[in-house]
Design a protein around this ligand. Structure first.
Ligand SMILES: C[S@@+](CC[C@H](N)C(=O)[O-])C[C@H]1O[C@@H](n2cnc3c(N)ncnc32)[C@H](O)[C@@H]1O
Length: 269
């Protein structure tokens, strides 16, 4: 331990997606041993469960408000967390899933704490990504797997590889330039479909996926044609998975080059 560091500290831990099933022993011990716990979790029931592990659990949920920019919300969360670190407390930020996956406030809190001389780090958790590999039977190593925040495909010119899986996050609020809405309607999803139609046929099957946050729930797995996506209910907790639309293309030039290398190396041994 670096003893030039200031007394406060921060750890951001992930509690996974499903209450009770995904919390690891290390994250649990950080929760139990901290002075203050901040909770950015998916469900009020999950917050109640956390309160059984620590007597001072402060919800980050009240910072969210429809019509208020999420960037302002996230900055307020960072400030609330840092105030306690600066007061010399051992602070634990608890976030659902993995605290570093599509999550701005934990990364920022750690960066600010470190820049001010405090010990700060992240402990990984089981994210929605991990759950979808299990529930949908996908191995990202088979064809490769791209992950995008859905609005990025609309705001920026991105290159999609339709021979790999494509996972789209935050489709429920796709196209929201204000960062202040909790959902956007079919017209916004139609813009997403129009962008995706540059690389995929409209009858290509896409999967809307939601992993359970409570152990009594089942995963939501809905398969629809890409062209029908705007008419399907997609909420804030849904992730959209698009399987490959084309087979992998052999790169004959590189294979020939590698074969030549193999011949050269076998000549020299
Ligand atoms: C702000 S990100 C948080 C992700 C989270 N940190 C994780 O590790 O999975 C929110 C997005 O995660 C995905 N997500 C959240 N809850 C989910 C669930 N229960 N099932 C599937 N995807 C989920 C959705 O794409 C949602 O728009």
């Amino acid at each position: 331990m670096d003893d030039t560091r200031l007394p406060g500290s921060l750890v951001c831990v992930g509690i996974g997606m499903t209450l009770g099933s995904h919390l690891g022993p290390l994250a649990r011990s950080y929760i139990e041993q901290s002075d203050v716990v901040f909770a950015g979790v998916s469900d009020g029931v999950v917050e109640l469960w956390l309160q059984r592990m620590h007597k001072d659990v402060r919800s980050l949920q009240p910072y969210y408000r429809e019509g208020k920019s999420r960037m302002q919300t996230y900055r307020q969360m960072v400030e609330a967390i840092l105030t306690e670190v600066r007061a010399g407390k051992k602070v634990c930020g608890v976030f659902y899933g993995h605290p570093g996956v599509f999550a701005w406030a934990p990364h920022k809190s750690i960066a600010v704490a470190r820049s001010e001389g405090y010990a700060a780090h992240m402990e990984p958790g089981i994210s929605a990504e991990d759950c979808l590999y299990a529930d949908l039977g996908i191995d990202p190593g088979t064809y490769g797997c791209q992950h995008y925040e859905a609005s990025q495909l609309l705001f920026y010119q991105r290159r999609i590889d339709p021979t790999a899986y494509l996972v789209l996050w935050q489709v429920g609020m796709v196209g929201d330039q204000s960062l202040a809405r909790f959902s956007t309607g079919p017209a916004y999803k139609q813009v997403l479909v129009d962008v995706l139609a540059r690389d995929y046929p409209l009858d290509h099957e896409v999967i809307i996926y939601r992993t359970p946050t409570l152990p009594i729930q089942q995963a939501r797995i809905v398969r629809v044609a890409l062209g029908d996506l705007p008419r399907v209910e997609i909420d804030m907790a849904d992730t959209v998975v698009i399987p490959p639309a084309h087979p992998l293309q052999v790169d004959h030039e590189m294979r020939a080059r590698l074969a030549a290398l193999d011949r050269d190396t076998s000549d020299t041994v």
